[in-house]
Structure formats: C-alpha cells, structure tokens
Design a protein around this ligand. Sequence first.
Ligand code: NAD
Ligand code: ZN
Length: 355
Amino acid sequence: MTIEVTARDRRANEMTALVKARPEPGLWMETRPVPEIGPDDVLIRVNKTGICGTDIHIWNWDDWAQRTVPVPLVTGHEFAGVVVEVGRDVTDIAIGQRCSGEGHLIGKTSRQSRSGRFHLDPETRGIGVNEPGAFAQYLRLPAFNVVPLPDAIDDEIGAILDPLGNAVHTALSFDLIGEDVLITGAGPIGIMAAAVARHVGARHVVITDVNPARLALATEVADVTPVNVGHEDLKDVMHRLKLVQGFDVGMEMSGNQQALDQMVEAMVMGGRIAMLGIPPGKSPVDWSRIVFKAITIKGVYGREIFETWYKMIAMLENGLDVRKVITHRFKVADFEAGFAAMRSGQSGKVVLDWR
Ligand code: NAD
Ligand code: ZN
C-alpha cells in the first residue's frame, strides 16, 4: 500500500518536535526546522512513536544522559511513518512507502561494518540519543536504515519494532526449540521476548519480576508462567513445572543484579544466557559459579542489522502477536501524560500519535 503524499509534506519547513532543550529534567515541545536531507537520505513523515526506557533516562537527565546526549536535541528513536522525500541518489525507496527504520546509524569503515556485521560497528550513533531523533513530525534517515512495512504491520506495531527487535535479537541468540527458558524482567522487552520464545517453540517460558502489574501484563501477551520473586520461590515453580536440572536458556532483561544471580543459580550445567538488561553501574558477579556451571553468556546490543528485522517481520506476518504490550496511546500533545504512564512502572509500551 502506498500512501498519498500531500503538497504540504513537500512544502513544510517547520515542524513540531519533542526536544531535550535544556540540561535539566523534562522534554519540551518546540517548533524546529524540517531536516534537510542529503543525497543518500530520505525524509520520513512520522505517524506514531514509541516511548522507550532510554527516553525516560533522557527525560530524567541522569548521569548517563548527561554524558551522552547533546543539548539541544530532538529525542526519540522508535517510529513508524511514510517516506515523503528521497535524496538524489536513493533509487530503491519510493515516496509514499510506509516504513519503520533502524535507529542505529553505522559507519562504513570499521572492520565489522566492512565484513557485514553492521550491528557490531563501534562507531554506531543513535537517533534521538546522539543525532536528531524521531519525536518529530519529520525525520531524516539514511535510506540504508529504512525498513519498509508490509500492510500486515500497522503504524503502532511499526512504532515498537525497535524494542521488539531487541527482544527478537536476544531470543534468537540461542536455539529455543523444546527448551525451558527463564526471562528475568517483565518490562516491555522481556514480555515481548517471552512471546517470541513461545512463538519459536520453547517448552516452558518462565518470566520473573517484582512488579505484579508487569507480570499480569506478561500473561496477557504470552502463554508464560509468571513468578513474582518478591514473594515467590523460583525453585518451587521449577519443581511444579518438573524442571529436573534447571533452565536451558536465560534472557536477562531487568538490569538487576539479583535477577542475574538468581538466573545463574537456576540454570542447567552448560546453560546459555543472553543479557540485554543494562545494570546501572558495576555489579559484583560470582564468576566461579558461572565457570563451574560452564555457562555461556552473550551480551546483546541493539538489533542485528538487518537480519533481526527480517525475522521479526516474518514472525509478525505469521502469528506473532505483541499488540497487547501496548497499554497506553496518546496524542503527542499529551506527551507528558505518556511519559508519566511510562515512568509509573504500571505501563507496557506507550505509543504517541503524531497525526
Ligand atoms: P524495564 O525497566 O521496563 O523493565 C525491567 C523490569 O525488570 C521491570 O519491570 C522491573 O520491575 C524488573 N525487575 C527489577 N528487579 C527485578 C528482579 N530482581 N527480578 C526480576 N525482574 C526485576 O526495561 P525494558 O524497557 O523492558 O528493557 C529491559 C532491559 O533492557 C533494561 O535494562 C534496558 O535498559 C535494557 N535495554 C538494553 C538494550 C540493549 O541494546 N542492550 C536495548 C533496550 C533496552
Ligand atoms: Zn527503544
């Protein structure tokens, strides 16, 4: 389906955007110039955006944000929209193409990039973090980063493909078919990873959290066993599920040290752990336990460019359903309510509507 592009889209030179305008907590809705595009870029009219945990860090202006984000900056990196302009040298993307896109902008000179492992490029820069982002009516993006959306994927799902991609990248790190899987952290990404694990054929998927609202949401989105580790013993649940030795595969999605410790304890000998969660600082790890259990740990960053995108779109076209992870929808004028919902810890994904 091609979307009609209006004359207004081509003539607009000003736009509304959510800007980190000052080095203090908050985001501000401001009028900004529509980005100019280069020969290899496209201009995307943004329809829907997702609010990410990263955006909350930027809103809160914590240590990481202060070290990382230049001010002023248009924020946001989770989006879906329509291509309204293409650069001179862009031949493979048509105006009117519905799309989402990879928000990690990669360099072309590193060994990793030159050998096609784009997601491992050490020069990666993020839109909405280091470069102007998607919380705006228009976004400039290299054509290389554009991911066309099939009709089966609407804009609100398109707007959460970035975090779904984190979930898919993590979940597909290890073979899950017939395996027992433990996910620590029932945030939006942990929940979506659980749905993916189920979709690809894991046997048991156990998901832990300390927040009952998040665990309840997990069971709405996917067929999982929720465990509130605040007052339930994971060992009891394992016993109930007849897990003899432990979990074959773990996905750490909380960034919490105790969750990782608990995961290591609950794994089988030779278990495999994919770690997406980002601990807030240095945290002590009982390495001897990991060595004696012969556990493999893989750090996961971003999405595989573009293999994760192909896999997730294929799965969405074939029955993977994560829509219920979106719990709040707001017009962008009400962005403050959207951020409040996200900060409350009671939400799943929060989507803003820019139209
Ligand atoms: P989130 O903060 O919404 O979810 C984390 C969940 O962990 C929360 O629900 C929290 O209650 C829960 N938790 C806290 N303590 C716990 C414990 N002891 N046991 C189990 N659960 C516990 O985060 P999200 O947006 O779903 O993202 C998940 C993680 O992935 C975060 O740490 C985030 O920073 C990280 N992340 C990493 C990448 C990457 O590229 N590596 C990308 C996106 C997000
Ligand atoms: Zn994100």
